[in-house]
Design a binder for this molecule. Structure first.
Ligand code: ATP
Ligand code: MG
Length: 425
């Protein structure tokens, strides 16, 4: 039996990689404009990093990690997300000692052992941004605006940007108590996971995907109701800045991130048209995280974007520009001598930056022309027996169906000129 790729992974074939490259280039371009620089951290890390940095109570750490012992008996985990690694690198490389804030981005594969379905894979890709070293609301506004601008640039529509504030440890204690009071009479009806969360982390009950839990938490006190003055001021400032930047958003009091080190801002972007897995981006402020992994207290904020889902949104909204790279000219030569001559010209054309190709299967002239047509080349350059004798070539315009004979020595100059006329450079 022929071998198959592991469940939940994908082969990206050339028709798809062209789209991935388009998306990646757009991300890099927007990051450059915003002054974010790329960081590349290892694909695998010590398991402890994610236990501490993502949190022991999360689904990611509890159920979804690819963890194994390496030959040196170290517990290793394929990274399920990027933030913990970036914070580790910030501390380990003492980036806190340089100018602040540090504005970073990453693009790469992540690994989670989940049930594969549309928009949910075991190897998937994230584009993410992290800003370390400033707690000011203008940083929160900048990262959300970056997401917004990227989506505008990609031509995406029907975006729902939700924001919320989950407060800080002091206002969360107040909320926690009110939430527990509200949920206590309904406690038995919650799903087993949420019954578990009731004591440990009731905030995350608001985030449960179980429809019954969602119903039971309707009308529950939200974090927004209990924000302290500092957190409220931060949240108000963020909203004003986003309005000033023209970002269209909605305050969603149910949007939460349940871990201790999350502070203040949480946000998510959804596109309903791509199906049940509609979240294309999620982010928030994590002022307590760097300390959690052993670094100096450092405020931080970031987001991660699921690239498969962004591409799905681009696909359903037909926002992808044509990515096919067509040869400008196909060299069609017959016989060994003509092939040598044609190949030399082919290379000269390529060195001049002109996309060009040639038959690689030893086909006859007619089949070569047919192939040039199929590849949607603009021109075909023919060298048959007769042209070889006369030291000439025939240039055929494949869209017009017209052709003309020229002296061989003019070939490069002529085609270069035609290419420049066509591409305006
Ligand atoms: P979900 O609720 O969909 O599981 P999440 O809360 O686990 O998302 P994050 O950890 O915040 O997601 O990751 C950020 C983004 O990465 C998500 O909004 C989504 O676009 C994408 N993402 C997460 N898990 C997967 C996956 N298994 N396959 C594809 N994309 C994913
Ligand atoms: Mg998940």
């Amino acid at each position: 039996m022929a071998l198959q790729r592991p469940k939940g992974t994908q082969d990206l074939l050339p028709s798809q990689t062209a789209k991935w490259q388009y998306l990646e280039e757009m991300m890099r371009k927007v990051c450059r404009e915003y002054g974010y620089e790329e960081i590349r951290t290892p694909i695998f890390e010590a398991t402890e990093l994610f236990q501490r940095g993502v949190g022991e109570t999360t689904d990611i750490v509890n159920k979804e990690m690819y963890t194994f012992l390496d030959k040196g008996e170290r517990s290793i985990t394929l990274r399920p997300e990027g933030t913990a690694s970036v914070c580790r690198a910030y501390v380990e490389n003492k980036l806190y000692a340089g100018p602040q804030p540090v504005k970073l981005y990453y693009i790469g594969p992540m690994f989670r052992y989940e049930r594969p379905q549309t928009g949910r894979y075991r190897q998937f890709h994230q584009f993410g941004v992290e800003v370390l070293g400033s707690e000011k609301p203008v940083v929160d506004a900048e990262t959300i605006s970056l997401v917004w601008d990227l989506y505008q640039r990609l031509g995406l529509k029907n975006l729902e940007v939700h924001i919320n504030s989950v407060g800080c440890p002091s206002c969360r204690a107040d909320h926690r108590q009110k939430l527990q009071e509200f949920l206590a009479p309904r406690r038995e009806e919650l799903c087993p996971d949420c019954q578990d969360r009731f004591e440990r982390n009731p905030l995350r009950i608001l985030d449960c995907k179980n429809p019954k839990c969602q119903k039971l938490t309707q009308g529950a006190p939200t974090t927004a109701d209990t924000l302290c003055e500092d957190c409220q001021g931060h949240f108000n400032a963020l909203q004003e800045l986003l309005q000033a930047a023209g970002v269209v958003f909605r305050v969603n009091p149910r949007l939460v991130r349940g871990l201790d080190y999350y502070r203040k801002t949480a946000f998510e972007v959804m596109v309903e048209e791509i199906g049940a897995q509609s979240a294309i981006c999620g982010g928030g402020r994590y002022d307590g995280l760097t300390e959690e992994i052993g670094g100096p207290p450092t405020p931080g904020i970031g987001f991660a974007m699921g690239m498969e889902r962004v591409l799905a949104a681009i696909e359903v909204q037909k926002a992808m520009p044509d990515q096919v790279e067509r040869p400008f000219v196909m060299v069609a030569a017959l016989g060994k001598e003509a092939e040598g001559k044609g190949f030399a010209l082919l290379q000269a054309l390529r060195h001049a930056g002109i996309p060009a190709g040639m038959d690689l299967l030893g086909r006859g002239l007619k089949a070569q022309l047919k192939n040039a047509d199929r590849q949607e080349a603009k021109l075909a350059l023919l060298i048959g027996e007769e042209e070889l004798q006369k030291d000439s070539f025939i240039l055929r315009d494949l869209s017009l169906g017209e052709q003309q004979e020229f002296p061989w020595q003019d070939a490069l100059a002529l085609i270069s000129q035609r290419y420049r006329e066509e591409h305006g450079s």
